[in-house]
Design a protein around this ligand. Structure first.
Ligand code: UT7
Length: 316
């Protein structure tokens, strides 16, 4: 029996209202709007208030995605939250989301940590579970509160990250829209390039320049593999939704694919790097901005601590 076709039925996102600009950061650490913008493309990021926990942001994004999909919470039988910043070490953030959105206790709930690649990892995992025929509708969420694990004295990292959440509802394809493919990878030899060690106040440690180089190579590998596997040329991709870490990394991928930058959806100027939330947040904005139309093929591509990386192809 062949697997049922699975599609993204709806998307949603949530970003905290509080904006932290580069100019405000420059009052705290030795940096400037000019340095941050030229090196990263970031102008501002959102910072969650105390009540805006990862699960709260995830639940808000999930509700919007459910409304967009026309699927009710009690039809969801699988919730995966991709996050490196769960509310608690246990229980899983997905359990908190289940309760907050009023989903049935017959839904399987777990968190998945593949850092900034987490959403693509969660998407592929949920797709496989739905493809088995044993689950019908899934919420796949990327949600992060990185403001809680940033060292606000470290100018080399604190300027990069922000908070937010994005979600998609997966379910049986209704028309020709469907998930076409996904590939996941990890280079576990590079764990020390980007990590958060346990401690009294765990914070992000990163070798930025090295991460930059490996990220470009890995994302190039991932897009080459997935396009070859699906016999697609880059020019057949209507919109690329890359992990929003650094505009220069995105420009390098655009050059590699020989695609104009306007084929990429970029919103990091306003959000910075929201880790596992970055792709679903960008995906939702791209759809609402009319950048994704019925029949389009979209390429998602990410890298993150691990170093994990991966890509997915989505037909709308
Ligand atoms: O989701 C994965 C997350 N990680 C990433 O995406 C990281 C990828 N890497 C990057 O995005 C870039 O490497 C950074 C934006 C982190 C850094 O840019 P860079 O062009 O690689 O700069 P660099 O680390 O080589 O630093 C250049 C200079 C250094 O000064 P010296 O040694 O040349 O005197 C830094 O101390 O810039 C200095 N610097 C800063 N100056 C002003 C580092 N951070 C700052 C800052 N403001 N915020």
């Amino acid at each position: 029996m062949s697997s049922p076709a699975i599609a993204i039925l709806g998307t949603g996102a949530y970003a905290p209202a509080k904006v932290l600009t580069n100019a405000e950061l420059a009052q705290r650490v030795d940096t400037s709007d000019e340095w941050i913008f030229t090196r990263t493309g970031i102008r501002e990021r959102r910072i969650a208030a105390a009540h805006e926990t990862t699960s709260e942001m995830a639940a808000a994004a999930a509700r919007t995605a459910l409304a967009d999909a026309g699927v009710s919470a009690d039809e969801i039988d699988l919730i995966i939250v991709a996050t490196a910043t769960p509310d608690m070490l246990m229980p899983a953030t997905a359990c908190l989301v289940q309760s907050k959105i009023g989903a049935t206790t017959r839904s399987a709930c777990f968190d998945l940590n593949a850092a900034c690649s987490g959403f693509i990892y969660a998407l592929d995992t949920a797709w496989a579970m739905l493809g088995s025929g044993r689950y019908r509708h899934a919420l796949v969420i990327g949600a992060e509160k990185f403001s809680g694990i940033v060292d606000w004295q470290d100018r080399s990292t604190c300027v990069l990250f922000g908070d937010g959440a994005g979600a998609v509802v997966l379910g049986p394809a209704r028309g020709t829209a469907r998930l076409l493919g996904a590939r996941l990878y990890a280079e576990g030899g590079n764990t020390d390039l980007l990590c958060v060690r346990p401690g009294a106040k765990p914070v992000i440690e990163m070798k930025g320049r090295e991460v930059f180089k490996v990220a470009v190579r890995e994302m190039e590998d991932a897009v080459r593999d997935i396009l070859e596997q699906h016999h697609l040329s880059a020019h057949q991709i209507a919109c690329v939704i890359p992990h929003q870490a650094n505009r220069r990394i995105i420009e390098a991928i655009a050059q590699y694919l020989e695609l104009p930058l306007d084929r990429f959806f970029v919103n990091l100027e306003r959000y910075g790097n929201t880790s596992a939330a970055s792709i679903p947040l960008a995906l939702d904005e791209a759809r609402r901005a009319g950048r994704i139309r019925a029949g389009d093929t979209t390429l998602l591509v990410a890298f993150g601590a691990g170093l994990t990386y991966g890509a997915a192809l989505v037909r709308w």
